[in-house]
Design a protein around this ligand. Sequence first.
Ligand code: LYS
Length: 879
Amino acid sequence: MRTDTPQTIYRKDYTPPGFMVETVELGFDLDPQRTIVASRLTMTRNPESRARAIELHGENIVLVALRMNGKTLSKRDYRLDDKMLLIPDAPDEVTLEIETLTAPVKNTTLNGLYVSNGNFFTQCEAEGFRNITYFPDRPDVMAKYTVMLRADKATYPVLLSNGNLIEEGELGDGRHYAKWEDPFKKPSYLFALVAARLVCQEETFKLADGRSALLQVWVEEGNLDKTDYAMQSLKNSIRWDEERFGLELDLDRFMIVAVGDFNMGAMENKGLNIFNTKFVLANPRVATDFDYAGIEAVVGHEYFHNWTGNRITCRDWFQLSLKEGLTVFRDQEFSADMIGTDSGRAVTRIDQVRTLRQAQFPEDAGPMAHPVRPDSFVEINNFYTVTVYEKGAEVVRMYQTLLGRERFRKGMDLYFERHDGQAVTCDDFRAAMADAGGRDLSQFERWYSQAGTPVVRAEGRYDADALTYELTLTQSCPATPGQENKLPFHIPVAVGLLGADGRDLHLNVDGHDAVTAVLELTDASRTFRFTGVKEAPTPSILRDFSAPVVLEYDYTDTELLHLFSHDSDPVNRWEAGQRLAMARLLKLTSAVAAGDTLGLDTTFIEALRKILADDALDAAFREQALLLPSESMIADQMAVVDPQAIHQARQFVRRTVGEALKADLRAQYDANQTPGPYSPDALSAGRRGLKNLALSYLASTSSEESIALAQAQFDNAGNMTDRVAALAALIHAGAASAQAALQAFYADFDKEALVIDKWFAMQASAPATDVAAVRALMRHAAFNIKNPNRARSLVFTFCVGNASQFHAPDGSGYAFWAEQVIALDALNPQVASRLARSMDRWRRYAPALQAHMKKALQKVAGVKKLSNDVREVVSKALA
Ligand code: LYS
C-alpha cells in the first residue's frame, strides 16, 4: 500500500478532527525487543466535523488487538494500511482498546520509542506518537493521560512520564511499575516516557504563589557532576517567566532528562523535558562558554514552552511558529535579561543577527524557502527550520517594537486569557496583539504568509535651508518558490541621526523628543521627513535590527567609520564594522580569483585597532566587532560563489590584521585573562572571548611566538573554553605541535562524548582537512554515524563548515555528501535530511562545480527507498 510519490499536505485542506479524545490510559510493558502498548481511549464525535469514521494514525507498529465499547473488532470492522487505522462505523461515544507491539531497540530513527545506551526514551514531536500506538496523532486533539510503566527493575530502576507520580511498586519476577498522571490536557506530541538507569540532582523550589515544586535533572551516573548549570538555568527560567510574563509553573514536579542519542536540541514534553546531553551537561572541565550559553537558552526555551506550546498549542503543524517563534523570542529575551546590562543585551542581539544572516537569509533565498507559516509540506520534520524558529522570533519581536513593551505584554495576557487549553493559529496570536494593542495589524499578516527576505532601500536628503532630513524607504522582496510577486510588508524601521560630533541628534517623534524613531514602512515606498535637523546627519538605519530585512544604503567609508566609532546603537555600530569588512572581503575575493596582489587599507586596520583598544567597551562587544563576516556570509553576497577565493581572502585579512595589530592583540590577550575559578557569567565569558579572538588573530600569522602562546594556553588551560580555543588556534595555524595536542586532548577526554564531538568537529573544520582526511576520521574507533551528535560533529561540520575543502574542484566533497546522506537515510531520515540541506544552494556556484553537485543530488534522488524527508529536500533542490 506504500505509495512512492510522497504526498504534499496543504494548509488550506485543514479539517477539524472527526473525534475528540477525552482520556488516554496507556500501559507499557517495556522490553527492548518486544514492547507491548495497551491503550484505552475514550472518544466523542466532534460536532464540528462531518467526518464519519474514526481515523487513527499508526506507523511501524503491529496491531495485536482492537476492541470498541468492549467488543473485539474483526478485520471487516476496520481498514488498516501502513499509515492509518480506520473504523468506518462508530457510535458518537466510543471506548477504544488497542494493543500494539513495537521493537524499540530496532528503532534507529530516534522518533517514537527508542533505546539509547540501554535506556528507553521517546520523541513524539511532530508525529512520533503514531510509532507507539494508533491514535489521532494531530495537535488539535488534546486529552488527559494516565500512564502505567512496567519494566525490569534492575535494568530500568527509573520510570518517568508526564505529570505527577501517583503510584509505584513491585510486580514480582524482578519487574516494577510506576503510574503517572498528567492533570493537563495535551496533544499526543507532548507525551513522553523514560525507563532507564539514571540518577538525578533535585531541589524543591518555591514558586511565586507560595507553592513549591520538585525540580529534577536526570543523567547517567557518571554525569552528576555536570548538572548544576542546567538546574540553575531552570530555576532562573521559572523566576523569569513569573516576573516578565506573570506565568507560573503549573505542575508539582518538573523534570529534565539528558539523552546521548537525540535528533535535535531538546523537547518540551509536559513536565518531562527530554534533552540532548549537549544542552544539559556542563562543568568547566568539559564545557565552553558557548556550551553554557546554549544550556541556559535551551533550558529556558523548553521551560517557556510549558505556556507557549503546551498550555496553548498549535491547531496544525503549519502553525508551528506560533509556539516556536514565540518561544525563541522568549528564550532570547531571557538570555538577554540574565546578562542584565544594555551592552550585554546588545551582544545577544548581534548574535541573533549573525544567525539570521548565516542561516535564515540563505534559506529564504534557496529552494526550501517557505513562509514563517508554511502553506504546504511533504514532511513536517523538514520544517523545524531557522525560518520557523528564528525568523518567527523576529516576527514576534516586531510586535513588541510596534506596540511597545507594555502593550505587547497586554497582548500576551490577552492571548492566554482567550486561548488557554486550546489549539490555535498564528492568526489568533496576531488578533490578540492587535486587540490588546489597539492596532490594525492586518497587513502584518504578510510576515506569516510571504517567504523571502525583504530588501529595504534607503536614500537620504538633507535640506540645509529648511533644516529637514528626508529618508526615502523603498521595499521589495525577491520571488521564492511558488510566490512570484510579493505585496509590501509592514516593516518597523528604527532610525537615529548622528551629528558630526558622533552624538545622536534630537528627533521630534510624534511631538516627543527622542533619539530613535520607529518608522513604519507599509507602502512600497515612502518618504519620511525629520524637521529641525540642524546639520547634515549620518543616518543609523534599522537600529537594533528592528526587522529581518536586508538594508541597502550607499554608505561611504567615511560614514561607516563615523558610525563604527560613535553610533549609540551597539547593533548598528557593529553593523558598520561588518559593512566595512564585507566590502574589503569581497574586493579581495575578486583579487584572489584574478591573481592580483592583495592589500588591506590602514584606515580599516586603524578602525579595528581603535575598537580593540577601547577599554570603555565591553570585551564581548569588542569581540563581536572584530569578528569578520563568515565565509558563508561572504558567499551570500556573490553572484557566483568561489569558495577557495573567499577562504583565501578572509585568511589574508586575518593574517594582515594579526600582523598589523600584533602588539594591541597581545595587550588585550594579557589584559583579559580571567584568573580564579571559572565562571560562565557574561562578563567573564566576554573577556575570554576577546582574549581567544586575539589569540586566533595572532596565530593566523603562524609566527613562532603566537604558536608558543597557543601551546602554553593549551598546556595550562584551566577550563574547556581556553583549551579548545588554543587547540583550534594550533590546528588552524598548521602548527607542527597540533597533532600531539590533538592526541593529548583525546587521551584526556576519551570518556566525555561531548568533548570528543568537539575533537572531531575541530578537525573537520580545519582548512587542511580534505575528504580523504574526513574518511580516515570516520574509521576512528570513536566515530559512530548512528549517534546524531557524532555524525554532526564530523560529517556535517565538514560539509557545512569547511567550504574550501567541501567544494573541492574535483567534486569529491559532493560525492562524499551523497554517500553520507544515503547511509544516514537508511538509519535516521531526520538527520539525513538536515545533511541533505547543505546542498540547497548549488546553483550559485561556477558551472563546473554545479555539474558535480547536480550529479550528487541526482544520485541521492535516484535511491529507490528514500525517506520522504530526504526526497522532499533533494527534489526541491533539483526542481
Ligand atoms: N519542540 C522542540 C523544540 O523545542 C523541537 C522538536 C523537533 C521535532 N522534530 O524546539
